[in-house]
Write a protein that binds this ligand. Structure first.
Ligand code: ADP
Length: 357
């Protein structure tokens, strides 16, 4: 399976394209055939290469059905996400660049004492860009991006959990450099409890074994990224292995302004710099995802001021531009999704375990 990489795609189109490929992957069931979104010619090469992969020693003793199931989780990475697509978070971006991206690109330099961490943890409120960063890391390091939610491992793979975890790492080894992004990692690596099922305990043990094994040799280029909104649920074993723990915080005023600029930039609007500043200041406490909802809501303002009959007849370029008032109205409808109480938990955990920021 050849993963083709495509450079220099304009960042405005990047999210749409990634979303499309995500949609394609999500619509496939676990048992359906792997469908690679590529041209026919590419497919021929891929079939050839796929059989080469099946002979790969890493896949020895791995059930081919599992391999196929894992391949269904592969998201083809086309170098579509750039750091510019992620507003704010300068500290996290710089740390990741130095400790993760460069080592993946230049393993010959980053070896021995310079060897990168096998795993990193991105923690913080929902909708702050953790998944976006995962995709960006894969894009920028020309890696194959495996994205899976821990609840898929613990629920959908139930019964075959440990085998699936083993298969996941085996397939990732075939596709090096590889980035394995595990969302909601807390549900996989949570603290032991009385009610814990035998099957989840086995999955967890296998995951830790694989995590320890990945990247053991200097040639291994596999990075595990765990993302969580509940870092306090992680146990000591998980904290120790996910060496770099980066707090992915709510966007500050400048980042919020940047987001609004990007989100409405391609739409017809009459917002001045002062207006953007005002909206950014009024949206304090909003996450990146909240900012997106806010802009979507405001963009409907011009439509809402029309009757159905007008909407039916109007030329698209006659729709009035989005203005400050649309945002002021939207701010009354779209509320911040993260409470200040939740924020305190992240701050405390960051003080205790996070990389300084
Ligand atoms: P998380 O994984 O932290 O829950 P996501 O990365 O899925 O959040 O973010 C959800 C959406 O919110 C993104 O697709 C993006 O549109 C927007 N978003 C969140 N954070 C940022 C950010 N820092 N810069 C730009 N967009 C962001």
């Amino acid at each position: 399976l050849a993963i083709k990489k495509q450079n220099n795609v304009h960042s405005n189109t990047s999210e749409t394209l990634i979303k499309k490929s995500l949609g394609v992957n999500k619509s496939r069931s676990v048992v359906s055939k792997f469908v690679n979104p590529s041209t026919d010619n590419q497919k021929k090469d891929e079939v050839k290469n796929e059989s080469t992969f099946d002979d790969n020693p890493y896949l020895k003793n791995i059930d081919p059905k599992m391999v196929e199931m894992i391949r269904n989780e592969i998201i083809e990475c086309k170098n579509l996400i750039t750091w510019d697509d992620i507003s704010g978070l300068e500290f996290a971006k710089n740390t990741i660049q130095e400790s993760v991206i460069w080592p993946l690109l230049r393993p010959d330099i980053f070896k021995g004492i310079r060897r990168p961490p096998k795993g990193i943890l991105l923690f913080g409120p929902p909708g702050t860009g953790k998944t976006l960063i995962g995709k960006c890391i894969a894009s920028q390091s020309n890696s194959t991006f495996f994205s899976i939610s821990a609840s898929t491992i613990t629920s959908k793979w139930i019964g075959e959990g440990e085998k699936s975890v083993r298969a996941l790492f085996a397939v990732a080894r075939c596709h090096q450099p590889a980035v394995i992004f595990i969302d909601e990692i807390d549900s996989l690596l949570c603290q032991r409890s009385e009610q814990e099922h035998e099957s989840s305990r086995k999955i967890k043990t296998e995951f830790l074994i694989q995590l320890d094994g990945a990247g053991t040799s200097d040639d291994d280029r596999i990075l595990i990224i765990g993302a969580t909104n509940r870092p306090q649920e992680l146990d000591e074993a998980a904290r120790r292995r996910l060496v770099k723990k980066l707090y992915i915080r709510l966007p500050d005023q400048q980042a919020r302004k940047d987001m609004i600029k990007k989100l409405v930039g391609s739409e017809n609007h009459v917002l001045l710099d002062d207006d953007l500043e005002k909206i950014a200041s009024l949206s304090s406490g909003y996450s990146g995802a909240d900012m997106k909802s806010l802009c979507q809501e405001a963009s409907l303002g011009p439509i809402r001021s029309m009757t159905f009959d007008m909407i039916n007849k109007i030329e698209a370029d006659q729709v009035r531009p989005i203005n400050l008032q649309d945002f002021l109205s939207a701010l009354k409808i779209v509320m911040p999704s993260v409470s200040s109480e939740d924020l305190n938990h992240y701050v405390t955990w960051n003080d205790k375990f996070g990389c300084s920021d």
